[in-house]
Structure formats: C-alpha cells, structure tokens
Design a protein around this ligand. Structure first.
Ligand code: ZN
Length: 218
C-alpha cells in the first residue's frame, strides 16, 4: 500500500503536472478511438505497452479477455461494448490475449476450478476456442498447447464480438474494425491475427486490409 501512495505522489508531481492541459480537456469529454478488451492479468498494462495517454483507450478488462456472445445475460462486457460503439463511436475494437494466461491454463485443466464455481462458469466461454486451435500444434506439448489455445481464444472472442449487433452493424457499414492481438510478456512483443493469411503475424508486419479503411466517424 505504501508503494501506491508513493506512486500517487509521483503521479501528481511527474505525470499530472506536465499534462495539466490535457487533463483539463479530458475533464468534460472523452473521445477514445479504441475499445481495448484484454485480460485482468496484472502483467498486461495497455497504456504502457502502447504508450498511450489518458483518453486514448476505452479499456475492458476481464478474466480470459472473454466476450460473451450477444444474447447472453446482460453483463459488464456487453454493456461496455454497447457504450463504446453507440456513444463513444470507437473505430477499432482490439481483443488482446497474452502469454501464460491463467484462464486458458484453467480451461486446459478444469479440475483446478473445483472451488471456483463462478470462474468455472465464466470460462465456459473459452470452450469455443478449441474450434480455432491451430491444427499443427502438438497436443503432447503442454506449453505449445497452452499458447495455441490462447491464440485460438483471441479468434473465438473476436467471433463472439461480431455477434453483438452494434459491432455487426459497424463491420457491415465500415465504421469499425475488429482486431485480435496476442501479447508476449517475456519479449514485450505483439502479434496480430491476419485474417487473410490465417495466422498471427508480428504487429509491425500487420497491414490493414484496404477494404478495412474506415468510413467517416459519425
Ligand atoms: Zn489472462
């Protein structure tokens, strides 16, 4: 706790003061272009990884970067998506998984969830990831399987995302793009799902498809 208080003092001194004007602008309105959906894992710090400033990212953090499909009980994730698209008019939605994800690990070993009934229920949304597993991965290699399931889960949750009416509409009319990323904690690198190549590629090499150039922000 002491560390947090020291951090707050440092923020006031070194981060807030130089950005005073920016915070003044943000004090009455936000206009982020990106909805960033990622895991609750403490090792993922979007604003650090992407060097973004307050107001840049609308962030939804949830165990396993799960996006329940539309039509399920209304929950925090669905309402965050709805608000981001309908009110904030975000242009991009990024689903970002990460290496060593405990949610995917638990999905591989459901016995570990015996005393976590809510988590067990929540992680049922990861089950559809098996449909997107890289067919080349060895099921005898636990680490490779874990990593492949995390990648597959990014695709699965992107597909779930597309079932939300506001996302489907945005994709149809070219006002929104959906992206799938994988962040590696060890190397600090990001891979992006390349729909055309049907594989994850380093983010530096990822090229937005021409047809994905967005219509004007309404
Ligand atoms: Zn995770």
């Amino acid at each position: 706790m002491k560390r947090l208080l020291e951090g707050y003092a440092k923020f006031r001194r070194e981060a807030f003061e130089p950005r005073k004007d920016h915070f003044h602008l943000l004090s009455e309105i936000q206009s982020p272009e990106v909805l960033f959906i990622t895991c609750a894992d403490s090792r993922i710090v979007p604003d650090l990884i992407l060097q973004t400033e307050p107001g840049d990212l609308f962030i939804c953090r949830v165990v396993g970067n799960v996006v329940p499909p539309a039509g399920e009980l209304p929950g925090g994730v669905s309402s965050t998506i709805e608000y981001a698209v309908e009110v904030l008019k975000v242009r991009h939605v990024i689903v970002c998984g990460h290496s060593d994800c405990g949610a995917a690990k638990a999905a591989l070993n459901r016995d570990s969830l015996q005393r976590l009934p809510l988590t067990e229920k929540w992680l049922r949304y990861i089950e559809s990831a098996w449909n997107y597993l890289d067919p080349g991965v060895s099921r005898d290699d636990p680490k490779a399987l874990h990593t492949a399931l995390i990648h597959a889960n990014v695709i699965a949750q992107m597909e779930n995302l597309k079932t939300h009416p506001e996302i489907a509409r945005g994709l149809t009319y070219g006002t929104i793009q959906v992206h799938g990323w994988y962040y590696d904690i060890l190397t600090g690198t990001i891979e992006a799902w390349d729909q055309k190549a049907r594989r994850f590629v380093p983010l530096e090499e990822f090229v937005l498809p021409e047809e994905a150039i967005l219509a004007p922000r309404s």
